[in-house]
Design a protein around this ligand. Structure first.
Ligand code: DAH
Length: 354
């Protein structure tokens, strides 16, 4: 049997080298490996071999079979690579009838609104900052006056990483501490007020429906200096929103609770559709809730290194957390929040910058 296997191996090696395309390789594979192939013929011959030699002979054939299968695979890969190379180098892969102008994409509605807001804030002297999506517990909660086990954490359940106590940020407020530390020196040494906005993607463990998604966008803003008051807050918000909606908007503040501001507010704008009379868009109230905000809590300023123990009220500031996703829905009349993350080009390409 050994001689027979050796002879077949020699033939196989020669045949394999001679094969130059995949069709030829398949033909060769069938002539060796199929039910009517050469290896099966060897198997049949086993019955004529004396019993005490059967085991060794069977093993020999099986090993040969495995060897042949391995060589086929290798040769197939070689031929595939050759084929690909030939195709790339030949003109077959080049379609002259293809239109030269491929369709260009469009900006995502969140990008549009974000850039518009950035321009407005830049014109008012604000810096635009970028920030991480993965943050730690300190920045997302502790530095914002939300200690461990504080009930305010319940409203911001998010996604936790299994390492290093990290999480996906549940709000852009998570960047406040970093911004204060970045610009604090210039404020204290040069008297340059901190004015910064920081847009970003936020995550929450939400049940998803047309108004809630687990991924959404906010734009946070802070202004810190000596003598900053609620009037400054109202002025900046009103100016910014009038620009966004391209008309003079009327705003009002209602009390709102957020541990990182004191006092905290919900800022509403008068409904732009009915002008305050009440309509389905504003659910008959005449007002639309738009932007939570408030005067930055002294503890948060202390965490950010802005005020010291000796002079804990030297600097004051306001902060706001604008829902970019919500604003985009209002501005573009989007009824279902899910389109922002679904990546449906038809749905997303309808929006245009003004
Ligand atoms: N971070 C808050 C949230 O996502 C929103 C917020 C409220 C931001 C009040 C602020 C603020 O800056 O002053 O629910």
């Amino acid at each position: 049997m050994k001689e027979k296997v050796d002879a077949l191996r020699t033939k196989f090696q020669a045949d394999l080298q001679a094969v130059s395309d995949k069709a030829g390789l398949e033909e060769l594979r069938l002539s060796f490996m199929s039910k009517k192939g050469a290896i099966q013929d060897l198997m049949k011959e086993l019955s004529q071999i004396p019993n005490d030699q059967k085991k060794d002979a069977g093993q020999l054939i099986n090993m040969f079979k495995q060897e042949v299968a391995k060589h086929f695979d290798e040769r197939k890969k070689e031929l595939d690579a050759l084929e690909e190379k030939r195709l790339i180098e030949s003109s077959e892969s080049y379609d002259e009838s293809m239109p030269t102008e491929s369709p260009v994409g469009s900006y995502h509605p969140i990008t549009l609104i974000q850039r518009e807001l950035e321009d407005i804030f830049k014109s008012m002297g604000f810096d635009v900052e970028d920030y991480n999506e993965i943050v730690d517990d300190y920045n997302c909660f502790e530095a914002l006056n939300i200690p461990k086990f504080h009930p305010a954490r319940d409203m911001q359940d998010t996604y936790y990483l299994s390492t290093n106590n990290q999480l996906l940020k549940s709000h852009t407020s998570a960047a406040q501490n970093t911004i204060m530390r970045k610009y604090g020196d210039k404020l204290k040494k040069n008297g340059r007020p901190i004015r910064a906005v920081f847009p970003g993607r936020c995550f929450r463990n939400e049940a998803i429906d047309s108004c809630h998604d687990n991924t959404f966008f906010q734009m946070e803003g802070v202004m810190i200096d000596e003598n900053i008051s609620i009037s400054n807050l109202i002025y900046f918000m009103k100016t910014m929103l009038s620009e966004v909606f391209e008309k003079d908007v009327t705003v009002r503040l209602r009390p709102g609770f957020f541990p990182f501001v004191e006092p905290g507010f919900e800022l509403d704008i008068q409904c732009l559709i009915c002008g305050g009379d009440g309509c389905p868009s504003c659910k008959g109230s005449g007002w639309l809730e738009l932007c939570p905000c408030g005067m930055i809590h002294p503890n948060v300023l202390k965490h950010g290194g802005i005020n010291t123990e000796e002079d804990p009220f030297k600097y004051t500031g306001f902060a706001f957390g604008l829902g970019l996703t919500r604003l985009a829905m209002m501005k573009y009349g989007v009824k279902d929040i899910r389109i922002f993350n679904e990546g449906d080009i038809n749905a997303l390409s309808q929006f245009e910058s003004k």
